[in-house]
Design a protein around this ligand. Sequence first.
Ligand code: UDX
Length: 437
Amino acid sequence: MRITVIGCGYLGATHAAAMADLGHEVLGMEIDPVKREALSQGRVMIYEPHLAEMLERNVEAGRVRFTDSYAEVAAFGDLHFVCVGTPQQAESLAADVSQVESAIAGLAPYLDRPALVVGKSTVPVGTAERMARVLAAHAPAGSDALLAWNPEFLREGFAVHDTQHPDRIVVGIQDGRAEKLLRDFYAPVLEDGTPMVVTDYATAELVKVAANAFLATKISFINAMAEVCEATGADVVDLADSIGYDARIGRRFLNAGIGFGGGCLPKDIRAFVHRAGELGVEDAMTFLRHIDDVNQRQRERVVHIATAMVGGDLRGTRIAVWGAAFKPDSDDVRDSPALWVSGQLHLRGAEVRVYDPRANASARQGFPTLSYADSAVEACRDADLVLHLTEWPEFREIGPADLDGVVARPRIFDGRNVLDLDTWRSAGWAARALGRR
Ligand code: UDX
């Protein structure tokens, strides 16, 4: 099918490339000229495993190209996916949906034949219904310009896989014609046995934020348990393994550590709380404020522990930080717990040297006062403390012997609970983690 993708950031670029790869003809709309030029040459400006190869392959094959014209978008295809960002507003916890509004307002006047606009962006519940009214009012095609909401659940680091092999497809619709079009469009994915839930707008919008709220809750739950473990001498990893064997609970997203960050979970739960307030059901969502608080506490706890490990005063100390991205296999530093901690340590007087296999450049832009090293070992030169804050596999390969004669003091803190503390301790290091003996 001939489809268009409006907004080619993380979500849109992946959707455009992945759908072209499944055999559709794709026109991407991107207003940022630098991004658009890069995409047109088959390059992505973010690090996401397999995305660059897939985009390049499909640009070369002529299955995907990019534009900045709504007129061209409307003329090209009959299915238009809206993939623009909905960041947190500067002055409130609410999501900023202005990019969604301008995408639909920009496209509508050009829709002069039957078309389906499919929102994929994460939006506050109620947005789709509002956007359907905008479409109906401004599209020359009138009631033949349909709207569906089809939330995207991809994880960074696995974006390509998740787009082509999703756990489920959820579509919120008001008109059966939209379901038919989406079933045809997703046929290659549905043939794999992927379940498709067809529902109303509000449910589809809520599924996305509910899923993220649940994941955030799991993480904050285990992090709260980590604090109890520390107070009692218990071990949170054994605890997570043990409760995780219960199929009703499951082991995934029970990794205790410095908490969740990124461009989705933190802002989505805040926007959800804000929207619940507008809907008069704030009390039902109060627990999400606690989830956010527990998450924030993890970062503060790391700062306290690091301060204690260097003897109570950060001033004049040198601290090595392994990891800057909010999670491994990504160069995304939005709301990164690792950088939050690094920034705080620096503000309190430590010299902080960061190394991330992929995110040094993006970290430097946001945190120019930190120093950056070209390797994990180099970051540790003369360090009084090493902090492991993003669990890239390469950090697990480093042993105490690799840092012999490199660090000033043999002290390490594992903020992700993946290092073998016994190995470090038996080599004479002071080694700590969250919720572990
Ligand atoms: C998330 C959702 O998983 C995805 O479905 C949605 O579409 C977008 O938001 P993403 O932001 O890519 O995806 O990251 P995710 O893998 O969910 O991790 C979020 C954060 O939680 C990371 O900072 C990660 O380090 C942290 N995390 C995850 C934990 O601290 N412990 C865990 O057990 C799992």
